[in-house]
Ligand binder design. Structure first.
Ligand SMILES: Nc1ncnc2c1ncn2[C@@H]1O[C@H](COP(=O)(O)OP(=O)(O)OP(=O)(O)O)[C@@H](O)[C@H]1O
Length: 299
């Protein structure tokens, strides 16, 4: 049976002053965490804001759980979408966290006040301070707690850990993981934090200059790219999957390959000694992906 789809974007685009975002074609399967990655200004927030209808697309269609909606999204659907925006809204500024939670509980039918209070306690957020008087990190923690307490089916997170200290970051990651275990929630998370991607994401979507370059399984992205150092004269071009090679000052050859087992076999069969193999870091892989070397297994 085909996997249920949470969100499908068909040719969605938005004209910005400096660049066009899109047209974006993207299918987000239900029940997974999808990390949206890309350089500053690549269009991640615009994409999330278009989903949330904070920004209206100029063209294209967005299909939610198999249904297209023209105009504003129906209330029943909006109530299933949680959002942690890049910058917090103003309307709750003069409220304390509890007042804001009471306010939101009227909007979200599945609101869980017990969970809200528990998360606020776990993240050590002051409860008697107005939101506007909170530090950036405290406010962010409140937004995360409130987004989860709404028990959404879809959670849109725009750099949720921005401003969090490492301890709060760990608690946040655990909360998202716990929440995911409980059901079929779909999370879209725009982030620059490699550890967040490693610990949370199932899939990676890479954006570059307004375009979606592709979507791939995180494990594939992190496991496929290797750097190999070897001794000998074998020409790097004859090694499978090599995308770049370097001759080191000590005479060793260093190659970057996406087909490590075949590369190793080729080296062993021709009696070349492999001295070291390392996984590329996420940032390095993304740069190769942007340069045109996409992960081989596409969705
Ligand atoms: N409100 C706006 N009005 C006009 N242009 C905008 C607006 N918001 C963003 N842009 C432009 O749209 C492009 C994409 O911006 P966006 O904020 O979506 O990128 P991003 O990938 O989220 O970046 P970052 O990693 O810095 O948060 C940029 O060129 C930006 O200057």
């Amino acid at each position: 049976m085909a996997e249920p789809i949470a969100i499908q974007l068909n040719g969605v685009s938005k004209m910005r002053k400096r660049r066009v975002i899109g047209p974006i074609d993207l299918t987000i399967p239900e029940g997974y965490v999808v990390a949206i990655l890309g350089h500053n200004g690549s269009g991640k927030s615009t994409l999330l804001n278009m989903l949330q209808q904070i920004v209206l697309p100029d063209s294209g269609e967005i299909i939610w759980f198999g249904q297209e909606h023209s105009g504003l999204l129906p209330i029943e659907l909006r109530q299933q979408i949680g959002f942690v925006a890049d910058d917090s809204g103003l309307e709750e500024n003069r409220m304390t966290p509890q007042e804001a939670a009471d306010f939101r509980s009227h909007w979200y039918p599945r609101w869980d006040m017990k969970l809200f209070r528990q998360l606020m306690e776990d993240m050590d957020v002051p409860s008697d301070v107005k939101l506007t008087k909170m530090s950036k990190g405290e406010r962010r923690k409140f937004e995360i707690a409130a987004a989860l307490a709404a028990r959404p089916k879809i959670l849109l997170l725009d750099e949720p850990s921005s401003g969090l200290d490492p301890f709060a970051w760990k608690v946040m990651v655990e909360q998202f993981r716990d929440y995911m275990e409980g059901g079929d929630t779909t999370i879209l998370i725009a982030t620059h934090i490699a550890d967040e991607v490693k610990r949370l994401a199932d899939y990676i979507v890479l954006m570059h200059r307004g375009q979606v370059l592709g979507m791939a399984e995180k494990d594939l992205v992190l496991e496929q790219w290797k750097e190999i150092w070897y001794e000998g004269e074998l020409r790097p071009e004859s090694i499978p999957g090599v995308v770049e090679s370097f001759r080191e000052e000590n005479g060793l050859i260093r190659v970057i390959t996406t087909r490590v087992s075949e590369a190793q076999e080729r080296l062993e069969l021709s009696n070349h000694r492999v001295l070291q193999i390392r996984n590329l870091e996420l940032g390095e892989v993304l740069e190769y992906w942007i340069a045109g070397y996409a992960p081989v297994q596409w969705r």
